[in-house]
Design a protein around this ligand. Structure first.
Ligand code: AGV
Ligand code: CA
Length: 331
């Protein structure tokens, strides 16, 4: 089987970039044809650059084809905390993505990518692809919602499936803002609830949701991260190990609100179906501005699954951790 075409639509967090590294480390299964970046859980210029530097590293080392990297124009309703948004700046500075020969590759294509508009690139990549495309969304759903609203079925019919990190259905969420939220929403949905509603209720698009219900199985712990020491001679492994090493203190700082490999599990499903089971569901999204549960994703009142939204469950953490380690022992 030839590799499946995949677009990653991310927002520059540590795990978003590890998700990109994972996809690039599995060229037998997936071919990354585009990378869309939104100014949500990052400052987008830095997320744009890290994505480009990773692409360049893989182009130099593994002859991975270059692909468009495009920033979207969206501004969320509820911004991410700026401490989190700065993380991507530290990722941009990691020595393993700043090797001069690799940098030169990114510098040569940076300005042409800089001129692209993410939402238009996503629509065109999907609609012009000879094969149906998998979209892997690891940030807010603004870009996919824009494509659905602008192109409708024309867009949806060429999407094989949209694999999404977002929401919390039968578990608590992770948006804890004192006096403002009740902790039921998950951040990617909270950033742009209306977009999530458009995507999760679209009858023409098959969506597979990796909500906190499944991602809670894959915490980023010191035990997991320190194992990367054994394979530190691989650049891709250094990147992932370094990214994750900066996440292990969250659980200690705020017990119950730690860091998970949210987006990495989501992207991994594009490569390996054994990672999770899925359940057909019908979800609704709370869009009331300023409600304490704004952005909550819950089972629809009538409960009848319309057949296009699937919730991932029972993620297999052992297969997952092993798969990521193996994938980055590549170059
Ligand atoms: O809610 C999970 C989403 C994922 O796409 N993001 C982080 C992942 O990229 C938001 C988020 C929740 N808690 C966080 C987050 C934290 N402690 N630090 C950074 N981002
Ligand atoms: Ca993310």
């Amino acid at each position: 089987m030839p590799p499946k075409p995949v677009i990653i639509d991310h927002d520059g967090g540590h795990d978003d970039l590890v998700a990109l590294a994972l996809l690039l480390g599995n060229p037998e299964s997936v071919k990354v044809i585009g990378c869309i970046v939104t100014d949500a859980d990052c400052f987008v210029e830095h997320a744009f650059n890290v994505s480009g530097k990773l692409m360049a590293m893989m182009h130099a080392r593994e002859a991975t084809e270059l692909f468009p990297i495009a920033k979207t124009t969206f501004k969320g309703v509820n911004p991410f905390p700026s401490e989190w948004r700065w993380n991507t700046k530290n990722m941009e500075d990691l020595p393993c993505v700043n090797i001069p020969e690799h940098l030169a590759i990114w510098e040569a294509v940076r300005s042409e990518n800089d001129r692209l508009v993410g939402e238009e690139v996503m629509a065109q990549l999907v609609m012009s692809s000879p094969e149906k495309v998998i979209i892997c969304v690891t940030g807010p759903l603004s870009c996919v919602a824009w494509c659905i609203e602008k192109y409708g079925k024309e867009f949806c019919k060429n999407v094989e499936e949209c694999i999404i990190m977002g929401g919390a259905v039968d578990v608590k969420g992770n948006v804890f803002i004192d006096g403002r939220t009740d902790g039921s929403a998950e951040w990617n949905i909270f950033w742009d609830p209306a977009a999530a509603k458009t995507v999760l209720t679209c009858p023409h698009l098959k969506t597979i949701i990796f909500s906190l219900d499944s991602t809670n199985s894959v915490p980023v712990t010191s035990e997991v991260v320190q194992k990367y020491g054994a394979q530190n001679n691989y650049l891709l492994s250094q990147f992932v190990g370094s990214a994750w090493a900066s996440c292990t203190h969250y659980e200690l700082m705020r017990p119950g609100d730690g860091y998970y490999a949210w987006d990495v599990l989501t992207a991994a499903y594009a490569i390996e179906r054994r990672l999770a089971e899925v359940e057909a569901v019908s979800l609704e999204v709370v869009v009331d501005a300023n409600a304490p549960n704004e952005g909550q994703t819950r089972r629809a009142a009538n409960g009848i699954a319309l057949g296009n939204t699937y919730l991932a469950k029972n993620a297999n953490a052992e297969i997952f951790y092993r798969m990521v380690m193996e994938s980055v022992r590549r170059c």
